[in-house]
Design a protein around this ligand. Sequence first.
Ligand SMILES: Cc1ncc(COP(=O)(O)O)c(C=O)c1O
Length: 490
Amino acid sequence: MSGDSHDILARLRALREGDAPTHGGRVLSYVYDSGLGELDELADAAARLARPLNGLDPTVFPSIAAMESDVVGFARRMLHGGRSVVGSVTSGGTESCLLAVKAARDLWREAHPDGGRPRLLTASTVHAAFQKAALLFDLDWDAVPVGPDGALGAEDLIARMDGDVALVVVSAPAYPTGALDAVASVAPAAADRGIACHVDACFGGFVLPWWPGLPRWDFRVRGVTSISADLHKFGYAPKGVSVLLHGGRGQGGRRRQRAQFFATTRWAGYPVVNPTLLGSRSASPLAAGWAIMQHLSDDGYAQLAGSIRRVADAVRETVVDIPGLTVLGDPVGPAIALVADDSVPPGERVDPHRLADELAGHGWKIQHQPGLVQTDGVRIPHSAHLTLTPVLEQRVGEFGDALRAASDSVRGRPRADARMLLAGMRALGYGEGGRVPGPKAAWRLLRLAGAGKVSADQPMAVLMALIEKLPPPVAEVLLTELLARLSEPR
Ligand SMILES: Cc1ncc(COP(=O)(O)O)c(C=O)c1O
């Protein structure tokens, strides 16, 4: 390999050609294009200025503390927090969620010196980051089933609030369904029982403040003790930046935020004080997010939220006119899940995963979500997720045409059938209650399932059907294997 920088960059450009497009709205997940080209330039310039810094020590690099203070200040005003609300900038939604749980766990342990195991109480539609938090920080995860339309019954969650609950989590909105959980009912009930309540607004935090007609869901609701909101989603910053705010009565916010820190003088080196999970960290995402936030300010975010609202209305109007396809539940904000319309005969339904595969052929990528059978047996149907971004307003008519055409192509085709594959896996002993494959066996099974090679255009309907039916420990090992093999050196 040549070390010439021109060649190196040419190689990177060639590699990037295999990626899904990050701009233009054709990929309706992962990327959040405002459609404003100047934001990218501003973010690049700000990131470059901050690139040599180390976020490990804002006493040495005070610009980092200044930018963080501005970001937290903007977010707390946006979310109607008073002066007692404090916060930290993190590397993304998952880290914000992890830290909200870690802080709540530590305070719960402080209040329960006799021990016991704390519980994390959420709707079953909460982001997977909270499962990860429960696993890493040793809490029991208690997922309250929602209705088949994704709606959480607040009373179901409230009924499970008890002394062992360290944190209740509600979403604004939930990623898989777009449902805005009943924050106004849940948070006060949690407060009455002395339980902390986190609102996960990682997805909607920079949109819903400008969405009209919503019930209150932010710090104006009594009992909301923390909120996460991602700048690298609808804050339109490049990846690597989110904000976690802590509030509550009196010094509650400060106490909670301090519990998220790790500090030690018990080692041979410099005193370590980490507000977030990492040690050394880049200041570039913070600088980029900070710059974009000031450039857009309230008016800019309001206008972009207006674009998303018009896109959401247009997409819903299109779907209403497509026989056999429907929108799940009553989504709020920039997420919509498409499902087959069960009210029509099977021969007239549009399977959302067949639709997603077909749409890829039209140049649009929507995201497959497997169905989920909850602990009460109620299934949230398999669906196709759409993250709606402002840039899509420029070609929402074109998207609607593609949606109609792709639906016409797949209408009446039943869901992909994974029964043969499943039977094969069971025969090999990897069924319910059976073994979990090691890396080699998992790879063999993946190839058997035709998923040994991953490309951006690979049809996913069969793999998704298989994932839904396999015992979760087996499916999780297969998916781990799939991803791990992608970056193994050849
Ligand atoms: C509601 C919600 N919470 C948390 C996350 C996790 O965020 P990240 O992917 O930035 O870690 C997401 C990501 O989509 C989300 O939608």
